[in-house]
Design a protein around this ligand. Structure first.
Ligand code: PLP
Length: 392
């Protein structure tokens, strides 16, 4: 007979999901109420306000989509695009490729701007693509490329879109609450995220924000949005302004309690402090990894503090090490994706998981697994290097 499921707890230091805070798990277990109950509507309003804080925006259309980060991505494209449109899509990792898929499925044309995996998007190439394709109406790029650990210059890229009269779509799934993300100051038009990365919430919800210019484009669409579920004109009636809420779909009520709690935690800590913590812990992890003799896959200027890509040393079996971390230490780190499979590990320090204890747990586990695979390394030296970087 089947029985209740009790997973062995893991420390989640991969590309997501990341460790969920106990406060968030506690919120999830509170009593379910109706999704049109006045109490729930008040919660929805508070969630919107907290999301505006996290996104650093006053955009009225700032809401959580009831589906994972990928649905946020799809929402951005299906709402802004119409068949025949041209979109400049930057690709420097896996997620830019998914953007292209979305563009093409909308019947639009994707003009690709390619950069090496692990490098940031080159703004000059984007300018050049706009000069060659003046009809392009949207620029899409990934701010924090989780597949490689590289950070692009989102502010500059949004400004280039404006310079050429286009709207910007920014993937901030891994960025939100981990690195600075100034939606209004940068003039970003559609920015989407996910709950399972630096928000340390359960997976399955996608916060998204639309600028007034993006809302105007949606309102003046020549035809209907191809997706019924993600059509913002309909979703707005449910999450929308101050008027009565119309039933669109049943919000994942308890998951919204969880999101609310995770956003409260972000606000209590403060964005600036959260960015500083992610940066400090990243520096300490890198110091420790380098003391183990490992090297980072991304140049120092473009490294994401929340996603650390490490080169796998020659002769070391990727799967065996990750297996040892999971089985012997209950610690999950990520494998390389696509072109980087077998070449890098991706160590997440996201949200709640970005803390000194996890850094030390990871260095200890990695040092021991590497040593047992015949790789000479000094775990004590790695821990000392991390402690010094942390100021301990
Ligand atoms: C994780 C991630 C996504 C997809 O989010 P899901 O919640 O897995 O659907 C999209 N873009 C980036 C950059 C991501 O890291």
């Amino acid at each position: 007979m089947s029985s209740s499921f009790f997973p062995t707890p893991r420390t989640l230091m991969g590309p997501g999901p990341s460790d969920v805070s106990p406060r968030v798990l506690g919120a999830l277990s509170r009593p379910t109420i109706g999704h049109l109950d006045p109490q729930f509507i008040a919660l929805m309003d508070d969630v919107k306000g907290l999301l505006q804080y996290a996104f650093q925006t006053e955009n009225a259309l700032t809401i959580p989509i009831s589906a994972p980060g990928s649905a946020g991505m799809e929402s951005a494209f299906v709402n802004l695009l119409s068949p025949g449109d041209t979109v400049i899509v930057c690709q420097n990792g896996v997620f830019g490729g998914r953007m292209r898929e979305n563009v093409e499925r909308c019947g639009a044309t994707a003009v690709m701007v390619e950069d090496a995996w692990g490098a940031p998007v080159d703004p000059e190439k984007v300018r050049e693509a706009f000069r060659k394709n003046p009809q392009a109406s949207v620029l899409a790029f990934v701010y924090a490329e989780t597949s490689t650990g590289a950070r692009s210059d989102a502010g500059t890229l949004c400004a280039i879109a404006k310079e050429f009269g286009a709207l910007s779509i920014v993937d901030a799934v891994t960025a939100l609450a981990g690195i600075d993300l100034q939606v209004d100051a940068w003039g970003a038009d559609v920015v989407y995220s996910g709950t399972q990365k630096c928000l340390s919430c359960v997976p399955g919800i996608s916060p998204i924000t639309f600028s007034p210019a993006a809302v105007e484009r949606i309102q003046n669409r020549p035809g209907k949005v191809q997706s019924w579920f993600l059509d913002m004109q309909l979703v707005m009636g449910y999450w929308g302004g101050d008027s009565k809420r119309a039933y669109h779909h049943t919000a994942p009520v308890n998951a919204m309690y969880a999101l609310h709690e995770s956003l409260l935690i972000v606000k209590e800590e403060g964005l600036e402090q959260s960015f500083a913590r992610h940066h400090r812990n990243h520096t300490a992890l890198v110091a420790g990894l380098e003391a183990l003799g490992l090297s980072m896959a991304v140049a120092a200027d473009y490294r994401l503090p929340q996603l650390n890509a490490v080169n796998i040393p020659d002769g070391i079996d990727d799967g065996a090490i990750r297996g040892a971390l999971l089985n012997d230490h209950n610690l999950e780190i990520g494998a390389g994706l696509g072109a980087l499979a077998g070449k890098t590990w991706r160590i997440g320090l996201m949200g709640h998981a970005s803390n000194p204890g996890n850094i030390k747990r990871c260095l200890t586990a990695l040092g021991s697994a590497l040593r047992r695979s015949g790789y000479a390394c000094d775990t004590e030296a790695a821990l000392t290097a991390a402690e010094i970087a942390l100021g301990e």
